[in-house]
Structures are given as C-alpha cells and as structure tokens.
Write a protein that binds this ligand. Structure first.
Ligand code: ATP
Length: 555
C-alpha cells in the first residue's frame, strides 16, 4: 500500500484515538501549529530520539569507518533554547530568517508567498467548490472545462458566501466574458487551473496584471513582504528592546558556540562531531499538515568538523549514512528518497546540500523534507569568530610538514562542517504514515507496522480468561518481559474484553508480539504467540518467551 493511497484523516483519527498525538490545549479549542504527544506518541518519539542518539553520538554510524578508514567520533551537548541575541546576529537569523508573506487586505489572512499555490490547492474552500464547476459539460457542443452559465450561477450563490472578494463574485458578467475570450479560446485544450484561478481573480488585465487571490476570501493579495520567524521574549524585569531574547529556531548554533569548549575540555580531535537534540521554535505563517509544519518542534542535529580537504568525502559519507539510517528505523519503501540540491538552491556558503524526503499522504505524489544534510564550509565558525572576537579555529598536531624528530609541525585551520539536521516530529510522522496499514480481511483492519526498535509497545501479555490461575502466570511472564524490555517501551498486561479485541487494540498500537496464557499453559507450560504483521499464531514454551521476543525485536 503506497502512502498516496493512505488517508491522512484515517491516520490522524487513529493517532488521536490511540493516544499518539493530541492537539495542544485541546480543551480550549487547540492552538494553531502546536501538537502534544500522548502516551504512545511520547514513547515512539523517545525511541526515535534514542535511536538517533545511539547511532549518531554514542556509537556513530554503528561502528562504520569514515571515508579514510578512521573511527567516527562524536560527543553530545545540551544547550539552552534562549541564547545571547548576538548568536542569532552571527548566524544570520536576525537579519535573514524571514519568509516572504502576502497579506489579504480584505480579510487579513496571511499566505507564504513561496507556498502560495500548494496552500491554495490544499486549503481553499472556495477553490474546491469552484473546481466542481469545471467538470466536463454533458453537452458535446460546449467546450470542455468552462461552462459560463454554471460559473455565473456559482458566483451568485456559493461564491457569494465562500469568496466574497473574488473578482468573479464581485463582477461576474465582466469577469466571465473576459475569461471566455482568453481561456476558452481553444475548445480542445482544457485550461490550466492556475490560469483560470488568476483570471477569475482579476478584473482588468491592463490595469493590474493577473492576480493571485486570497485562499480564504478571494481578495487580491498584497505584494510579498518579509515576515520574521523567530519568537521573541524578554529576559529580565524590563520588557524593553535591551532585554529582548529569541527562542532558538534551530539547535545547531548551540553547537557552534561551544566548539572551542568541547575541543578544550575533551579529548576529541578533528574530525569529530557534536550532537544536540531539543525543541526549536519558528513562528510559521501557515502551520499545517498535522505535525509536519509546527511552530514548536524537535530537532536532532549533528555538526561534524573536519579538515577542508576532507569535507567532500565526509559529506558523501553522512549523506549516505543518514539515508540508510531512516531506512533502518522503518522507512524502507520507495516513499523515502534523497534529493541533491541544484546549484541555484544552495546557500551562498554551501558547496553541496541534499534533503532526505518522504512521500507523505498529504504531499503525494511529491515529497516533504525530513532532514537536510549540508556541507556548510567554514561559514558558521567564521561568523561566530567575527561576532564574538573568540577564535574558533583548530590546531591540528597531526598535519603539516614532518620535523627531524619525526613529529609534525602542525597546521592551524578553521574546520569545515557537515551538518545532518533532522526533525524528530517529521520523522515520527513519516514513521506513523509508513506504518499505517489497512487489512480489510482482519476483524479490525488498522495495523501499525512499526519497526520493532521504534514501536512504543514492545509486547503484551494476555490471560485468556481472568481466572483459573491464568492471571498469576501472566503476571509472572509480564514481570519477566518487563524487566528485560521495559526500558525500550511498554510491556502491556491486559485482561479486559475478548481476546480478538485485545489483539486488535495491540495491532492499532503497533505492538509486534502478543503472548496469551490459556488453559493449556497450566498443563504444558506453553503460551500462544501472535505476530502483529501476519496475525499468525504459534505455541512456544513459556520459558522461551523472552528469547523469542528478543529475536523478534532484534534486541
Ligand atoms: P522547511 O523548508 O520545510 O521549512 P527547513 O529547510 O527550513 O524546512 P531546516 O532548517 O533544515 O528546515 O531544519 C531541519 C529539520 O527540522 C527539517 O528537515 C525538518 O525535519 C525540521 N523542521 C524544520 N521546520 C519545521 C517545522 N516547522 N515543523 C516541524 N519540523 C520542522
């Protein structure tokens, strides 16, 4: 089942019903762009964060050697959300971290200029309604696409309610006659939707040029203007500009500002990486697509410092490993891809950047970014050196000419940086979308096929009935499994409802294995194990349960 066929509404409903994701402040009507994780979602995201931490910081690249055959060394930091405002001046965020915004003077609605068409296609109620009027006309004499009579009727009825500021609604006869001369000129060519949208929003071509209408009310949008994305606050008693601080828009800068500290206080040598995870904040103009574009989200970023001559090799190394890593946590299908940026997409300091992208149900057939891997050159360390006056370079004792005593003269340089920057919320969302499966042949058709490492519930133990000694045996098995696997996720014990319903609940939660204690267990010391993905059941000795689960989880 490709994600294109999965319904985001179904996935969101399951996330709510089973406690993966809740709307933040839901009892007060929610707050746009903020999401909370329920019990299963919180554990799922923790498992994803832990997997990142383990495979990027503790045992980088799972022991794989670097491009020159060297061991890959990484260390962690944990840095503050609020930093000195000069950090954001140096990083360029204060001056440049803004999206181009267009405001509708009619209704006050804002749209991100660079995402205008997709926002319109996904979110405009009036456009959805109007598109229905473009259905091919049943009369063969009429040109395909546009039926002026139907559109006029729409403008005078639904249009009035849905898009009061649209030119077609305010001045339908003029707009339609004008539209007909342009769009309906060639009866056999179906008109492009974008073209029609522009014409129905424009009253007079010669006066204004073609317009792009407000997705909400159809009014003419203002020209794009920059909109700052950083949240502001104050640190201290006076709420003045002198005390202004910013919530970080990324975790990366916390790493750069401690480059020297880490070099001076640990034994790391270039090449090495510093990892940082935590919340970041961006006042996104149009938060949407569930958790995909939120105003508060979590990042997992690594800055890998290396000699400039080796940076290209490390870039390829991290790019390949990161793609493989996302596959390893459950995104193994062709919904995952790597996209190298074109030259004109690159930041001025970057010689290579790629995105690791996932085809979400709401982006399909297109893809949305999960992680960016960027070759940032020496931009960040140089910027912070200039703004702080503290030299952020490195003296490499293993480089330079060889001296008569056999040692090296050393070389001083500003390291280059490769940055794999991942979003944990987008990662969790991709994992949820990928795992979501419908199997109509099952009594309860929704199954979450999580990778065992990421699954929030690792196992469930069920006494078939809540009597005849079964609960006691089940309790003992539960305690044993919990002691061994409880650090990585829930081990559930459930005695309520029919066994079929209990299995279905676990399928929806993505629990890989269920163990059922029944009448035979008491006689022959065996239990039934049921596999989530196939629904197949087998009997194993109860004393083999932990080993069986370890194999299933790959633990
Ligand atoms: P986009 O182009 O989608 O706004 P970006 O290129 O600005 O993203 P980066 O600054 O490279 O994103 O941040 C690294 C990662 O942080 C992204 O790949 C994404 O996973 C995550 N991320 C960025 N913005 C958001 C957001 N508003 N909501 C959730 N995750 C985000």
């Amino acid at each position: 089942m490709t994600t294109a066929k999965k319904s985001m509404d179904d996935i969101m409903a399951l996330c709510k019903r089973r406690g993966f994701v809740y709307q933040a402040s839901e009892i007060y009507g929610g707050i746009n762009g903020f999401w909370d994780y329920g019990p299963l979602g919180a554990q799922l995201k923790k498992n994803l964060r832990d997997a990142w931490w383990e495979d990027m910081v503790m045992n980088p690249c799972r022991g794989r050697r670097g491009p020159g055959g060297e061991r890959v060394r990484c260390v962690p930091v944990e840095t503050c959300i609020i930093q000195h405002p000069k950090v954001w001046e140096a990083s360029g965020h204060l001056a440049g971290f803004a999206d181009p915004m267009r405001k509708c003077p009619g209704c006050g609605h804002f749209v991100r200029a660079d995402q205008y068409w997709e926002t319109l296609a996904q979110g405009s109620e009036w456009l959805r309604s109007l598109v229905q009027e473009f259905e091919p006309s049943p009369e063969p004499t009429k040109s395909p696409g546009l039926d002026s009579a139907r559109m006029l009727k729409w403008a005078k009825s639904k249009g009035k309610r849905l898009a009061p500021n649209l030119a077609l609604v305010r001045n339908p006869e003029v707009t339609l006659s004008w539209l007909a001369t342009r769009v309906n000129g060639q009866p056999d060519v179906p008109p492009e939707l974008e073209e029609i949208v522009r014409y129905v929003a424009t009253e007079q071509l010669h006066a204004t040029g073609l317009q792009e209408p407000c997705p909400r009310c159809g009014g003419v949008l203002d020209a794009p203007a920059p909109f700052k994305l950083m949240f502001e606050s104050w640190a201290g008693v006076t709420q003045s500009d002198d005390n202004k601080v910013y919530l970080r828009p990324e975790t990366a800068q916390g790493i750069f500002v401690h480059f020297k500290n880490v070099v001076d206080t640990t034994r790391v040598k270039v090449p090495f990486g510093i990892g940082n995870t935590g919340r970041s904040f961006r006042n996104e103009i149009t938060p949407r697509n569930f958790t995909f574009r939120s105003r508060e989200f979590e990042q997992a970023e690594l800055e890998f410092f290396c000699h400039p001559d080796e940076a290209a090799g490390w870039y390829a190394f991290w790019r390949d490993f990161r793609l493989e890593w996302w596959r390893s946590v459950g995104l193994g299908s062709d919904n995952l891809r790597l996209r190298e940026h074109e030259k004109d997409e690159l930041s001025h300091y970057s010689t290579a950047t790629c995105d690791i992208e996932y085809r979400f149900p709401f982006t399909a057939p297109d893809f949305g970014e999960l992680e960016g891997v960027a070759h940032r050159g020496c931009y960040d360390l140089t910027q912070h050196t200039e703004h702080s006056g503290v030299k952020l370079d490195y003296f490499d004792t293993e480089r330079g000419e060889t001296l008569p005593n056999g040692s090296r003269k050393g070389e001083r340089y500003v390291p280059h940086v490769i940055e794999p920057a991942a979003g944990l919320d987008r990662g969790a969302l991709a994992i949820v979308c990928e795992a979501y499966t419908r199997d109509e042949s099952r009594p309860s058709p929704e199954i979450m096929r999580f990778h065992p490492r990421i699954a929030p519930i690792k196992a469930a133990v069920f006494p078939l009935v809540n009597k005849d000694g079964m609960p006691e045996v089940a309790e003992r098995l539960h305690a044993e499994l919990f002691a061994r696997f409880g650090r990585a996720g829930f081990v559930e014990m459930d005695a309520k409802q029919s066994i079929g319903k209990r299995y279905a609940r676990m399928d929806e939660a993505g629990c890989p294995c269920c163990f059922t204690v029944d009448g035979d267990t008491l006689k022959d010391q065996t239990v039934t194990v049921r596999d989530r993905d196939t629904g197949a059941q087998e009997r194993i000795g109860i004393d083999r349960s932990a080993e069986y689960l370890a194999e299933r989880l790959g633990a």
